[in-house]
Design a protein. Structure first.
Length: 708
């Protein structure tokens, strides 16, 4: 039993039943005869027993009428009918002061349609399916078409519904204009041929003048603006707006004649599929990224499936049949229990096959949650019809492996070819990406943002690769791609990485090492072994590095000597592909002994060395200011050693002279020039070999520096 509800105009006690369905009379009240008026309020009365209903009344007082629906009014009788809205039935229009309209949920005095013919809200009651639907529509508005319960409708859904109502009204106006069409003026008829002529100049289309043409473009523009308006709003609002728009445009017909060829967005049959594609892509993202309640999620899907799509939109029929996050196949993939994304259901193979927009949304969500391990498993297993874009996503798998600290697997995955694609991920790396991977393998640190270049900040992800494994994997990666091999930036990154510390600097940059020059015997030993080692990297998948060379304390020096031999081989075969050589030279840093070794090995091949000098002179001419900044970072001792290195050979002397000229022309930008003069004096460059003495530019330059 519910609480007591009291009437003002009589002394009856109203007992409200909690379960209206059990009340065969359809009423929620039960009348009980009043007790003796002489009983004082607050005192216990004699028991009044209703044996039929098993009700015992122990206490009562004068009733106060509470707000109630009209059909529950005890003052005025109510006549029920399943469907009658023409006029008030009997005394249904009579009300007391607390009667509410069942449809409007307002006092009857505030209902505009209480006795309006063909509406007659006074006849509404909760036992009629028709009146219940009218009440739901009145309270839920346009949202009623989504089959939502009133308890499910929140502020976001209502806002989306209000936007949708406004849009449908505007769309109706534009669509009616489109159906009416416009008449082509005489002598200004439009050309509908494939090769369009100016209006009024096509003899073929002359017969169409004064015809009615239909342009869908204004409707298309209106829907496009509505889709843009939905961007950035709450996901529930966006879903309501886009689903409602999809239903509206799916109903649009094409009244245009077949001869009308007005363009892409002037015809329903071409414009509507374009709009539907944009709507479904955004809805797919919403369903993946937004955490809708399960019932609401299912109702959105059900609503879209209920839309009767025209023949030119059949392709979108299953667009929203998206695998939910808790789906069995997807769950097993993310947990690593299914690495292929395939399984058998009822004897048939089922694949994890998703639209590219769904894949993009899943990647975005797992990135936000930093679920990199699950993301790697998903990208390995998922399939898609858009193989080109899917390949771009799969190319990021090694990066996510680095994010979880699995650098060895990342380096191997870069070399694995994807099915249906001839080459591996390494072949599609940009020079900057290649350098980033080297940095990650070397230091065990990764960018803190989602992608390669989202943030300059780096953080530790795990233990860096061992030096011997790093050298093998990096060289295999380098020699697997011709585009990497022929790029000077990649050579520069490789040399610089092998000559750097495994500890990342505070600025997020590699810390270059100053490696002591090894003995002549060791250098020759490495050079003699390098040719065969590099050849194996080009032809074999498994390469053996001699432990007596690369397993010693001089493994870093051995790596630089190996790079000297690699640069030499590259110059012999692919020098014509190089756009610059300066970056390769500067990558050796303060380890000028390795650079000197490179010039020594090239000196036996004059033509090759001459071509290198020519390329370097061009770099000097094009990058003067950049070279000065590099020299500033490397220091005056480096510049002095470079002058000595280049001036002592007649083949490389033009490089020394070019260096001198750059410094002389930019003395104001070289505050270290005096220190350079002191270094050259201490080095005794003026009194050295005849090759240097016979170079007047060197002598003049030293004299100039002495005067500073």
């Amino acid at each position: 039993m519910g609480p007591l509800q009291e009437a003002e105009e009589d002394n009856s006690v109203i007992l409200i039943s909690d379960d209206e369905a059990d009340n065969t009379f359809g009423s929620s009240v039960l009348l009980v005869e009043p007790l003796d008026h002489s009983v004082q309020e607050g005192k216990k009365t004699e028991e009044v027993v209703d044996e039929e209903r098993e009700v015992v009344v122990l206490f009562c007082k004068k009733a106060k009428v509470m707000p109630h629906a009209r059909y529950d009014c005890t003052t005025h009788p109510f006549v029920r009918a399943e469907f009658d809205r023409c006029s008030p039935l009997e005394r249904n229009a009579d009300t007391c002061g607390q009667c509410y309209c069942y449809i409007c949920d307002k006092l009857t005095s505030e209902c505009k349609y209480w006795t309006t013919p063909s509406l007659c809200h006074c006849n509404a009651h909760n036992k009629s399916k028709y009146w219940k639907e009218q009440r739901d529509f009145a309270l839920a508005g346009i949202l009623v078409m989504f089959n939502l319960e009133l308890a499910e409708i929140d502020e976001d859904l209502r806002y989306g519904g209000s936007c949708l109502i406004k849009f449908t009204q505007e769309l109706s106006v534009e669509y009616n204009k489109y159906l009416v069409g416009e008449k082509m003026p005489p002598n200004l008829y439009e050309c509908f041929c494939t090769i369009k002529l100016l209006p009024g100049h096509c003899g073929t289309c002359r017969r169409y003048q004064n015809e009615i043409i239909h342009r869908y473009t204004p409707v298309y523009d209106l829907v496009t603006a509505f889709i843009r308006e939905a961007e950035g709003k709450n996901p529930k609002s966006v879903a309501v707006m886009l689903l409602g728009a999809a239903k509206e445009i799916a109903l649009h017909k094409d009244p245009a004649s077949s001869w009308q060829n007005l363009g892409m967005f002037t015809s329903v049959k071409t414009a509507v599929p374009d709009l539907m594609a944009r709507i479904t892509r955004e809805l797919q993202r919403l369903l993946v990224l937004s955490e809708f309640p399960k019932t609401l999620y299912e109702k959105f899907i059900s609503f879209f499936q209920s839309i009767s799509l025209p023949s030119h939109c059949y392709v979108f029929s299953n667009s929203l049949n998206i695998v939910p996050w808790d789906h069995g196949l997807l769950t097993t993939v993310l947990k690593g229990q299914n690495i292929t994304g395939e399984r058998r259901e009822k004897g048939k193979k089922v694949f994890l096959w998703e639209a590219i927009s769904v894949i993009q949304a899943r990647v975005e969500k797992m990135e936000d949650r930093q679920q990199y391990r699950e993301l790697v498993r998903y990208l390995k297993a998922v399939k898609c019809t858009d193989t080109q874009v899917l390949r771009e996503f799969k190319d990021t798998i090694p990066f996510y492996m680095c994010k979880i600290g699995d650098f060895a697997s990342a380096s191997q995955t870069l070399l694995v070819s994807i099915k249906s694609i001839a080459c591996c991920t390494a072949c599609r790396l940009s020079p900057l990406q290649f350098e980033m991977y080297l940095k990650m393998f070397q230091t065990g640190h990764v960018p803190m943002g989602k992608g390669f270049f989202d943030t300059p900040h780096w953080g530790s992800a795990g233990v860096p690769m061992k030096p011997s494994n790093l050298l093998k994997q990096v060289l295999k990666l380098f020699y697997s791609s011709q585009s990497l091999y022929r790029n000077p930036k990649c050579w520069s990154a490789l040399i610089r990485t092998l000559g750097s510390s495994s500890v990342l600097g505070k600025d997020g940059q590699l810390i270059p090492l100053f490696l002591k020059e090894p003995s002549q015997e060791f250098k020759q030993l490495v050079l003699d072994s390098s040719y065969g080692i590099l050849k194996e990297f080009k032809t074999k998948s498994h390469v053996f590095l001699p432990p007596h060379i690369f397993g010693t304390l001089l493994h870093l020096e051995a790596g630089l000597i190996l790079m000297v031999q690699g640069v030499k081989q590259m110059i012999r075969s692919d020098l014509s592909w190089l756009t610059s050589f300066l970056e390769i030279i500067l990558a050796f840093g303060n380890n000028l002994w390795a650079l000197r070794l490179l010039f020594d090995t090239l000196s036996y091949e004059e033509m090759v060395l001459q071509n290198v000098v020519t390329l370097l002179l061009r770099d000097f001419n094009l990058q003067k200011l950049a070279i000065i900044n590099w020299w500033k970072n490397l220091g005056p001792q480096y510049v002095g050693e470079w002058l000595y290195l280049t001036c002592k050979r007649w083949q490389t002397r033009p490089l020394g002279i070019a260096t001198i000229n750059i410094i002389k022309d930019n003395l104001d930008k070289c505050p270290w020039s005096k220190e350079l003069g002191n270094f050259l004096q201490n080095k005794g460059l003026r009194k050295m070999s005849s090759a240097v003495v016979t170079c007047p530019e060197v002598v003049t330059f030293i004299a100039l520096l002495e005067k500073l």
